[in-house]
Design a protein around this ligand. Structure first.
Ligand code: DX5
Ligand code: ZN
Length: 218
């Protein structure tokens, strides 16, 4: 079993103290930082854009895990890559067809970045199978994308073993939405190795404790 990567979502952080909030999760043992980019079209919410990623990059060496919940992802890949994202994950549902999906994958890789594809709760897991050997990460949404603090949808976790059966060994399987000390155990035992957590980390009193509860799942 690979090591577990915890990726706190800054959407739940205190934006007035973002630098401190980022340093705190790093000190608390988080490996990655999850940045939720929403455009008000693909999802009914608007959040973080390129200038914020650029500012974060100047202040931290953490691995920047950028989750694009936007339409036309190909239009923005270059900007996020140049702003300093390390991983760029886009949504399968934001693409028109297979050709479109492959174009976005190639584009992300052309900037030397890791590439992820995400699927929403209602998307059939089989739709992602054709791309598994071309990408670094699959992000299984365990809530409807758009907002932090929602309840984990248990059925979505069943997609995890279906992906791990089909994929190469080093594919990262990430889950996002409603992750806490209980749902993380369910996901890890099914084969997930990267866990995004917004509220469970940032709304807790002790970031170290909540991150360790997610990581030490046995
Ligand atoms: C939802 C976002 C998530 C969210 C996670 O659309 O993609 O990353 O911020 O927040 P929690 O962990 O609170 O569900
Ligand atoms: Zn996310």
């Amino acid at each position: 079993m690979n090591e577990i990567i915890v990726s706190p979502s800054i959407l739940s952080a205190d934006f007035m103290n973002l630098e401190q909030e980022i340093n705190s999760v790093k000190e608390a043992g988080a490996e990655w930082l999850h940045i939720d980019v929403m455009d008000g079209h693909f999802v009914p919410n608007i959040t973080i854009g390129v200038p914020v990623v650029k500012s974060i990059r100047q202040k931290t060496d953490m691995f920047l895990d950028t989750h694009l919940m936007i339409e036309n992802p190909e239009k923005y890949v270059e900007s996020f890559a140049k702003a300093g994202s390390d991983l760029i994950t886009f949504h399968l549902e934001a693409c028109k067809n297979e050709e479109h999906i492959r174009k976005v994958i190639r584009l992300i890789k052309s900037f030397g970045k890791k590439c992820g594809i995400s699927i929403k709760p209602k998307t059939d897991v089989k739709e992602i199978f054709p791309y598994l050997n071309e990408i670094d990460l699959v992000l299984i949404m365990t809530v409807e994308p758009g907002f932090s603090g929602q309840e984990f949808i248990h059925d979505c976790a069943l997609k995890i073993p279906q992906i791990s059966e089909k994929c190469k060994n080093n594919l990262i399987i990430q889950v996002d939405g409603g992750i806490n000390n209980i749902t993380s155990k369910i996901c890890i035992s099914l084969g997930a190795n990267s866990l995004v957590a917004g509220n469970y980390v940032y709304k807790s009193l002790d970031y170290s404790k909540s991150i360790n509860e997610i990581k030490n799942w046995r």
